[in-house]
Design a protein around this ligand. Structure first.
Ligand code: BES
Ligand code: ZN
Length: 466
């Protein structure tokens, strides 16, 4: 008789024997430049959605790329063995823009394998975030289907193309398909591990409040000799205002910014047991010293403290040579990472009020919001989390640790609010993956571990009560 352990062993062996074919499929996916935020890439983004949907159809799943006002949403269903708890798998097939192109060692959409610290790694935009990671569960499905003819439990799959640009179409889509996506838990692979040998489950995410602000002054660009010294210069004014966002200790000066931030001493003690390599972390950014709230550890600052960062400033002349001009307007993009208990709406209002209160005479602001999402805490006592932890123990030598994440996945809040389902964040990235940066990469070893982990997890989920 075949026991469940023997079946899983057979599936894990199948994954190893067919790893090269899986990697080729990942590389084919990475060749499609699905930059979701850039309309010039809309056709590519649609092609990536079709590619992913076809992969799922090939596996016998009922899959379709649905049109939305934004990028297509891939939704697929599989009834597994006909019983068992239904699991929702989420990933995003859109990628960040690849620029600055000149800083890549090889073209971003022509994946190459390069020798890295963990052995071979695939270098390409999207290799870690998130095409490489979503392919891990698809390849785990493939292995189960190949070895046993079916998945161990029913699943829904949802693959989005707007995650990197604010997921605007996601909430309306979820509201229209609540019934089609009913499930016990949502599994997401878009976060990180603790280190190359230690898997992790993320239980805290920061939210994001994103504001674009343009300060308008004179009706048109002016000669800086004719008008300079006599009129407002929006670029001078904007620089002065933005310089006031932080005090000399790096504390954000927006009114009430820290009012609702809670310090969870127990969690911080738990994290300190992880023995974070601060120097190693800074080295992944080419730095030797940290900056920020000095009375808190670097890990605590990234995982549990709010921030305010200027992401871009522009206006006036930045071409070659000199142009003596006072520009009519100056713009910036500002994002705040917010933590659980902070109200993102209040932070957005506070940020606008901060800018408004400093409006120079004769100027006016035009604001554009690009996201307003809360920080998230995921309950650590869930049986799904315990099961995932145990299953990863079958694949790794080390037990999975519980970690925080400085990044944001606003969809986790939407799944909770609209579908009433908690998420399980089991990702396989590392800080060295250079996500959102030139030379993004993902190691073959971690890809393999990810596929194997998903294969073990889905079997264990199938054994839980539905
Ligand atoms: N996969 C990332 C989130 C992430 C970043 C996880 C770093 C682990 C480490 C995700 O695709 C992402 O970048 N999200 C955006 C969300 C934003 C555009 C609303 C982010 O965090 O900036
Ligand atoms: Zn991502």
């Amino acid at each position: 008789m075949t026991t469940s352990t023997q079946t899983l062993e057979a599936v894990l062996s199948w994954i190893d024997e067919h790893l090269e074919e899986s990697l080729v499929r990942v590389e084919d996916f990475l060749r499609i430049p699905s930059v979701g935020t850039d309309p010039a890439h809309d056709e590519d983004t649609a092609r990536a959605a079709a590619f992913a949907s076809d992969l799922l159809s090939e596996l016998g799943m009922d899959s379709k790329a649905h049109q939305t006002p934004g990028q297509p949403m891939v939704m697929a269903h599989d009834d597994g063995p006909g019983s068992g708890p239904r699991i929702l798998y989420y990933g995003h097939y859109d990628v960040q823009p690849a620029d600055p192109l000149e800083l890549w060692d090889s073209p971003p959409f022509e994946p190459v394998r390069v020798e890295g610290d963990e052995g071979p790694m695939i270098v390409a935009r999207g290799s870690a975030d998130d095409k490489g990671q979503l392919m891990m569960f698809i390849e785990a499905f493939r292995a189960w289907k190949a070895v046993t003819g079916s998945l161990p439990t029913p699943v829904h799959v949802l693959l989005e193309g707007e995650e990197e640009s604010g997921s605007e179409s996601l909430e309306p889509f979820l509201r229209d398909h609540v019934g089609d996506l009913a499930s016990k838990v949502c599994v997401i692979s878009d976060t990180g591990m603790w280190d190359p040998d230690t898997p992790a489950i993320t239980t805290r995410l920061r939210g994001i409040v994103y504001l674009q602000a343009t300060l308008h002054g004179p009706t048109h660009d002016l000669h800086s000799g004719v008008y300079g010294g006599a009129v407002v210069n929006p670029l001078n004014a904007l620089s002065r205002i933005l310089a006031q966002l932080h005090d000399d200790q790096g504390r954000v000066q927006v009114d009430g910014f820290y009012d609702d931030v809670e310090v969870d001493e127990a969690l911080i003690t738990e994290w300190s047991a992880l023995d974070f390599d601060e120097k190693g972390f800074l080295a992944t950014a080419g730095l030797t010293s940290s900056l920020g709230e000095q009375d808190r550890s670097v890990l605590e600052r990234v995982w549990s403290r709010p921030t305010c960062d200027i992401n871009g400033i522009w206006g006036g002349y930045s071409g070659p040579g000199a142009k003596t001009v006072i520009a009519a307007e100056a713009s910036c993009k500002i994002s705040c990472r917010v933590v659980p208990h902070q109200d993102p709406v209040k932070i957005m209002a506070g940020l606008k009020a901060f800018l408004e209160a400093r409006t120079p005479t004769g100027c006016r602001w035009v604001f554009e919001e690009h996201g307003c999402n809360p920080g998230i805490c995921i309950p650590t006592d869930s049986p799904w989390l315990q099961t995932a932890r145990e299953s990863m123990g079958q694949v790794f030598d080390n037990e999975a640790v519980l970690i925080g994440c400085g990044g944001s996945l606003p969809i986790v809040g939407s799944f909770q609010e609209i579908l009433g389902v908690d998420s399980l964040l089991v990702g396989f990235g590392l800080d060295t993956d250079r996500v959102h940066s030139p030379n993004e990469n993902f190691s073959v070893a971690r890809f393999r571990h990810g596929v194997r982990s998903h294969a073990a997890m889905i079997e264990a989920f199938g054994n839980m009560s539905s």
